[in-house]
Design a protein around this ligand. Structure first.
Ligand code: NAD
Length: 285
């Protein structure tokens, strides 16, 4: 039976570490790390995410602001909000909650964020830095996945890792981070011919697809580390991941639950990125 990687508990430990470090940097610099979250419209899931991010930022002692905008906001108005936050010395991290309404050009908004404040790691300069192995802000969910794998104590170097999903926000950056850790990485996606064959030899599996129970227990190699990024809401209202949890638990060495696995790490990594951005701006690391 797999060991369950308790994301809530691990995230709590990280948040305590961030809180302690935050107290120290505030004492040294007489200034709080500041996080701004921009939300457009009233999407219920996004509203919950934003509230959780604001609460987490306040709990560790950050200065935090939420810019709530109507879903009728224009591209130009949203760009002006981002530009104002770029220039605000109290703000070290800016996060624009996605998805944005259809009439907004998401790419242009993300590209307008000062890359040094891009705590989501979505700006092309940060994505590019990850590609070439330079220092930069790394996306929160992929960073959280690596942290969870490291919590197992298993050496990533030399292991065969299979990432299911190739999105810019999860699949691709997770694959690059695993490569940086010297894993042998395969990326599977919607056109992959035989997912089971790819997964059969995987010591590490990261599933980021958004299809409930796509990864079957039978596909998991004995003892593998299984990180389930998927968040899917079933008809009965329950949440489930991309991995068939019960069956996969019988074969995996370690597995993350949904909810309570990757999700809490994403917020912890957002706090870590904000503190990192603060240190770059205020302490010139
Ligand atoms: P996305 O829709 O942008 O990408 C999904 C990827 O899955 C695509 O690359 C596609 O090629 C691949 N795919 C689709 N069908 C497939 C199949 N049958 N076999 C193999 N690959 C297939 O999604 P995303 O933004 O990367 O998010 C993925 C999931 O992770 C979603 O459920 C999302 O809600 C969740 N998510 C969770 C967190 C978190 O904090 N826990 C953060 C971001 C995303």
């Amino acid at each position: 039976m797999a060991v369950i990687l308790d994301g809530k508990q691990i995230a709590e430990k990280i948040r305590q570490e961030i809180k302690t470090e935050t107290q120290k940097v505030i004492a040294d610099n007489n200034k709080k790390p500041g996080l701004a979250v921009v939300i457009v419209g009233e999407d219920p899931a996004s509203s919950i995410y934003v509230r959780n991010k604001e609460k987490a930022a306040n709990e560790v002692g950050f200065f935090s602001v939420v810019e709530r905008l109507e879903d009728t906001v224009t591209q130009e108005e949203l760009l002006q909000v981002v530009k104002r936050l770029n220039q605000n010395d109290e703000i070290h991290g800016i996060l624009v909650q996605l998805p944005l309404p259809k009439h907004i050009d998401e790419k242009e908004i993300i590209n307008a964020i000062d890359y040094r404040k891009d705590v989501d790691g979505f700006h092309p300069l940060n994505a590019g830095a990850l590609m070439v192995g330079d220092k930069g802000l790394v996306s929160c969910t992929p960073k959280g996945c690596i942290r969870l794998i490291k919590e197992t104590g298993i050496e990533i170097s030399g292991k065969k890792a299979v990432v299911v999903g190739r999105s810019n926000i999860v699949g691709k950056p997770v694959a690059l981070l695993l490569l940086q850790e010297s894993a042998t990485v395969t990326i599977c996606h919607s056109r992959t011919k035989d997912l089971a064959a790819e997964l059969a030899a995987a010591d590490i599996v990261v599933a980021a697809v958004g299809v409930p129970n796509l990864v079957k227990g039978a596909m998991i190699k004995e003892g593998a580390v299984v990180i389930d990024v998927g968040i899917n809401r079933l008809e009965d209202g329950k949440l489930c991941g991309d991995v068939e949890f019960e069956e996969a638990s019988k074969k995996a060495g370690y597995i993350t639950p949904v909810p309570g696995g990757v999700g809490p790490l994403t917020i912890a990594m957002l706090l870590q990125n904000t503190l990192e951005a603060y240190k770059m701006a205020e302490i010139k690391l």
